[in-house]
Ligand binder design. Structure first.
Ligand code: 5GP
Ligand code: ZN
Length: 112
């Protein structure tokens, strides 16, 4: 999608601090981090949100990549959180599916 922010990051026309890249998935640091480690893991192809995800393999791959990045940064044992916001009540602001990976501080539950 030409007007999608994260598609532009995939295309390289908007810069991001990339931490993982393969044929299907890209991961980069969030511009406005909410934890010492805050990475967004996205599919390279445009998927609007979790409602639109019809590919279980891709969904699993996104989660595996998030876990791998947490491990590489030393947070596997301590723990971390993955979040997928969907639509208005979920707090989604960028309409290209992304998994938030948050780590490096104790995170509260329930979320606000
Ligand atoms: P959402 O609220 O849709 O779940 O999350 C969108 C996330 O994208 C937010 O955490 C926000 O900080 C991040 N974000 C918005 N614009 C940019 C950008 O241009 N670059 C990066 N790296 N992150 C962005
Ligand atoms: Zn997109």
């Amino acid at each position: 999608m030409s007007d999608c922010l994260f598609c532009k990051i995939v295309a390289g026309s908007i810069k991001a601090n990339v931490v993982y890249d393969d044929d299907e998935v890209l991961a980069f640091h969030d511009l406005n981090p909410q934890a010492p480690l805050h990475v967004l893991v996205i599919p390279k192809r445009h998927v609007e949100n979790l409602n639109a995800l019809d590919d279980a393999e891709l969904g699993g791959h996104l989660l595996r990549v998030a876990a791998q990045i947490a491990h590489q940064h030393g947070y596997a044992e301590r723990g971390y959180r993955t979040v997928i916001n969907c639509n208005a009540d979920g707090g989604q602001t960028v309409f290209h599916l992304h998994v938030h990976l948050l780590a490096g501080r104790a995170l509260h539950w329930p979320p606000g």
